[in-house]
Write a protein that binds this ligand. Structure first.
Ligand code: ADP
Ligand code: ZN
Length: 608
């Protein structure tokens, strides 16, 4: 290691080039450096890696990092090597000689950090290797993989508790961005971390702006969002199915937005190729199922869009957390509509499995719907889900453009009585569209065929638009005041809660959706400009030049651009216009090694 510093702050400044710690980083680092066990809960992008990288540099021996992310180890190690940290990895993607060389370096005490996949770590050969060398600490990354309920479950993680038996004197630090109390308990228990100190950070990511819009033509809405606010920038679009991933990626490409698909149905080769391109190239959009993203530490993802309703708040928060790791402004954008609620309620009902399991899924969905329908601050609601309290944030759609609440009791009664009347004709499948036609008094073929123009509710809802009715219907479903009856051919049906509304015993406050606006006239409160446009013109030219230079260097080193410098760092250089190496040292993200390697070139780049 090339630093003269031995204390945590000195290492942060010299090696990583940052001037101060974030949140609890320093407390965690010192606790582990002194030999304590730790459980670290920090949001995605919060800065977990430093919490084990710096103690590994402070302690004698090698920091062994257990991580399930084989495909990303190479990039992680490259990033450390660029900083002058002696790092390597052992996993199945390597050939035999390379692995031998890594083993030799470890035994010779030449490594600060060694990344290992859990299945590799648990082999006799690897355990034996670690016993013969000197381990300074164990870091267990993505520790929630030990949770059998989570979607990232890895059976090998269950065996990691043996580390404490075999190396009782070596500190262990487990890290995750999954924060519910249940998961936390599970990690402590299964990894034998009962004596570990817990560090729970604020889960707030203030630079991410949360927005949830009503879905109508979702692909067009998505296209417009990207074109208007994130032209030329990097982002992730999440969908629930493979087919939807493919069709959305095609759609974007056909409209001039470079996009790649990623889902479990693609071959491993295509997936890793697409992932590598996303990490290495500027301005690509990844359209993916939730199979994509764990451990992706690309710092300049400017937006995460969901075009299908996520299944839980936890998942949603992890996925959106992949935006804006560099701390610059970023967007989390979700489009959601009536069909999402119907579909997901139905999927849960029809899923095989026990009632307890279904109730769990139902609970997750209800929390997600609560977030979508809230008239209060989104961030407040999100953080409350992780038991953290804050005031209104000022950086979400409901803070920036507060929605109106209106008394929807009468409208709800109209819908519920229509549902009640149709319910008697069970055996027919009447969807939401038909119901709304009846309420609005539309004489469609279907209406006439069933004589529904004779129902007493026919035409009682002509005062509201179709879009407004869909909003009411969706909110009733979201609140459990209506349900999808799966036995009755997916017809809408009343619930226990409907009765009180029908009888007028409760008042129902609903969220008013802004009526659809034409492209020219829509409001702009929650929208933003692409990052680049927010720089003054001169700085913008410098920033472009710096990016071009970085792309060249990254290509010749075979690493992603952000491994050389983050956008945030280039931005700061473009703005500050440094004249000397001393000036450069003041820039966040320029450590000793990078200043030596790239300082002169950076100065030249800025001068021109
Ligand atoms: P996590 O693993 O928690 O998702 P990372 O460890 O990848 O987050 O850190 C997120 C980003 O923040 C990285 O780009 C990292 O370099 C940066 N970062 C971490 N700590 C600091 C700090 N103290 N000052 C400035 N940037 C930091
Ligand atoms: Zn808010």
């Amino acid at each position: 290691m090339l630093s003269s510093a031995t204390d945590s702050l000195g290492l942060l400044q010299q090696i990583f080039g940052y001037d101060s710690f974030r949140g609890q980083q320093q407390a965690i680092i010192e606790h582990v450096a002194e030999g304590g066990d730790a459980l670290v809960l920090m949001p995605t992008g919060g800065g977990k890696s430093l919490c084990y990288q710096i103690p590994a540099l402070m302690r004698e021996g090698t920091g062994v990092v257990v991580s399930p992310l084989i495909a990303l180890m190479q990039d992680q190690v490259d990033a450390l090597l660029e900083l002058g940290v002696r790092a390597a990895y052992l996993n199945s993607s390597q050939d035999w000689q390379t692995a031998r060389e890594v083993e030799r370096a470890f035994l010779a005490g030449e490594l600060d950090l060694l990344y290992v996949a859990p299945e590799r770590l648990l082999t006799d050969r690897c355990l034996d290797l670690l016993s013969r060398g000197k381990v300074g600490l164990f870091a267990i990354d993505e520790a929630h993989c030990v949770s059998q309920w989570g979607h990232d479950f890895r059976p090998e993680y269950l065996q990691l508790s043996m580390l404490s038996e075999r190396w009782p004197a070596v500190p262990r630090i487990a890290l995750t961005a999954t924060a519910t109390t249940a998961t936390r308990h599970e990690i402590v228990q299964r990894l034998a971390l009962t004596d570990a100190r817990e560090f729970v950070s604020s889960f707030d990511r203030p630079n991410i702006r949360y927005r949830i819009v009503e879905k109508n033509e979702v692909r067009r809405q998505l296209l417009r969002f990207i074109e208007d606010e994130h032209a030329g920038e990097c982002g992730i679009v999440y969908c629930l199915s493979r087919a939807r991933v493919e069709e959305t990626a095609d759609f974007l490409c056909n409209h001039g937005i470079p996009a790649l698909p990623y889902h479990a149905g693609l071959s491993a080769a295509v997936r890793s190729e697409n992932q590598a391109r996303f990490l290495r190239e500027d301005g690509l959009v990844m359209v993916a199922t939730i199979a994509f993203g764990m451990g992706i530490d690309k710092p300049d993802v400017r937006f995460v869009a969901h075009i299908d309703l996520p299944k839980s708040v936890e998942g949603y928060y992890q996925e959106t957390g992949r935006a804006g790791r560099d701390g610059l402004p970023a967007d989390a954008w979700l489009a959601y509509g009536l069909q999402d609620v119907v579909q997901q309620r139905r999927m849960i009902d029809e899923s095989p499995g026990e009632d307890l399991f279904k109730r769990r899924l139902q609970g997750h969905l209800d929390a997600m719907l609560g977030l979508c329908e809230t008239v209060n601050c989104r961030r407040q609601r999100l953080l409350a889900y992780f038991d953290q309290q804050i005031g209104p944030c000022g950086n979400c759609d409901t803070c920036l453009e507060p929605p109106e609440a209106w008394d929807g009791t009468v409208a709800a009664q109209k819908i519920l009585s229509a549902v009640y009347r149709l319910w008697r004709e069970r055996g027919q499948r009447f969807g939401a569209g038909h119901l709304i036609d009846i309420l609005r008094g539309k004489l469609t073929e279907r209406v006439q065929q069933h004589g529904h123009e004779n129902l007493s509710v026919f035409g009682v809802g002509a005062d509201l638009s179709e879009q407004a009715w869909r909003g009411v219907l969706r909110q009733l479903l979201a609140q459990g005041l209506l349900c999808v009856d799966t036995e009755g051919y997916g017809t809408l049906a009343l619930t226990e809660g409907s009765r009180a509304v029908l009888k007028g015993e409760t008042t129902l406050m609903l969220r008013r959706e802004p009526e659809k606006k034409s492209r020219g006239s829509r409001s702009t409160g929650a929208r933003r400009k692409p990052e680049l446009e927010s720089l003054p013109e001169e700085a913008r030219a410098r920033f472009e030049a710096l990016r071009a230079w970085r792309a060249e260097v990254a290509r010749s080193h075979g690493v992603p651009a952000y491994v050389i410098f983050h956008d945030a760092t280039l931005r700061e250089i473009a703005l500050a216009c440094p004249q000397s190496l001393e000036d450069l040292a003041q820039i966040s993200g320029v450590g000793v090694r990078k200043r030596e390697a790239y300082g002169e070139e950076l100065l030249r780049c800025v001068r021109n």
